[in-house]
Design a protein around this ligand. Structure first.
Ligand code: ISE
Length: 344
């Protein structure tokens, strides 16, 4: 039994805690940590876990073999560094750090440890729909990829939300998943703000049309739309030289009545990607310490790097071309990009 400790008991952390407690095998939820004592105590009592007010103590606990980090984004790099120092595998929610530079100490510490201890929570890599698209690329059935059309809609965001956050918190998922689908790197990005909707308060530019270009010339468009109003909606269609592959609607049941045909829609990503989160955490528990599962620290660095370029493209209203720094040898390409198998 792997003893799991979870830092952060907000929406995502609580969801992971319930998942480890009830929907995975081979693991036991041992300890939880949060800066909000009331929230922490309530969840710890619900799940029969120890409540720790200090993250360093949780990471150092002898009964904690592996750690999930789901605390506030700005705390991620320090918490991940503490896990590496303790030699404990860590599954960190995205982002690895708020900036690409902020990821660098993690890359250095992980390489110095000689162990792939860090997995990053880009859960779309574990979604069966995205996996089927990737399989269609890898087995050649859609031919040579030429374009990807993406839609990423959130129902709503808090007041004061910014378009830069749309890019670094939402579009960052497309940035990660298209690299993984294609085994190709993004080399240029353009961001076009559209007409502002009357319902959008605070002057938020929403939706944005984001265009990504890859090294081999695949064109990707993303409608990034965080005040869509009606629900959470993520779509993806990959077009190749011999066909295309499209994500199905996640709620399969179509209700047909005399006046309408309707399908349910989820409110947020926890609903839409629930099975993907389950698969991600189980895969992580199954391979602990052997290697990262899904995205690794290098992927976290690249997604932060490309998201920063996207913010520059939005600010300048110009196409921004860039070159990634060389990938450290420690992060072998077969770990994530085009490794030949369509597994995560
Ligand atoms: C949120 O932070 C997430 O990470 C979700 O997966 C994403 O779809 C959503 O747009 C973000 O706001």
């Amino acid at each position: 039994m792997v003893g799991v400790g979870i830092i952060g008991t907000g929406n995502m952390g609580a969801d992971h805690a319930r998942r480890v407690h009830a929907r995975t095998h081979g693991a036991r939820l041992v300890a939880l940590c949060d800066t909000d004592p009331g929230r922490l105590a309530a969840l710890a009592a619900e799940l029969g876990a120890r409540a720790e007010s200090d993250a360093a103590r949780l990471i150092g606990s002898a009964d904690v073999d592996a750690v999930i980090v789901a605390a506030a984004s700005e705390t991620h790099p320090d918490l991940v560094l503490a896990c590496i120092a303790a030699g404990k595998p860590v599954l960190c929610e995205k982002p690895l750090a708020l900036t690409a530079e902020g990821c660098l100490p993690v890359l250095e510490a992980e390489a110095a440890s000689g162990r792939h201890l860090v997995s990053l929570g880009y859960m779309r890599r574990f979604d069966s729909g995205y996996q089927a698209i990737r399989a269609a690329v890898h087995d050649g059935s859609v031919g040579i990829p030429v374009a990807i059309h993406c839609i990423h809609r959130n129902r709503t965001v808090p007041l004061g939300f910014t378009a830069a956050r749309t890019l670094s918190e939402s579009v960052v998922h497309e940035i990660d998943v298209v690299r993984w689908l294609l085994g190709d790197e993004i080399v240029a990005i353009t961001v076009l703000p559209g007409r502002r909707k009357r319902s959008t308060t605070g002057g938020l530019d929403d939706p944005l049309l984001v265009i990504l270009e890859t090294a081999s010339g695949v064109l990707i468009d993303v409608e990034a739309h965080v005040t869509a109003g009606y629900g959470y909606d993520v779509r993806c269609e990959l077009v190749g030289s011999a066909g295309y592959a499209t994500l199905g609607m996640p709620t399969a049941t179509l209700v047909n009545t005399s006046t309408a045909a309707s399908q349910g829609i989820t409110d947020d990503w926890l609903g839409r990607f629930g099975p993907a989160y389950d698969a991600e955490v189980q895969a992580w528990l199954d391979t602990l310490a052997d290697s990262a599962v899904g995205a690794n620290s290098w992927d976290g660095y690249v997604s932060a790097f490309v998201a920063a370029a996207a913010v520059r493209a939005l600010d300048s209203r110009e196409r921004v071309a860039f070159e990634l720094p060389p990938r450290p040898a420690f992060y072998d390409p077969s770990d994530d990009l085009g490794g030949g198998s369509p597994s995560p």
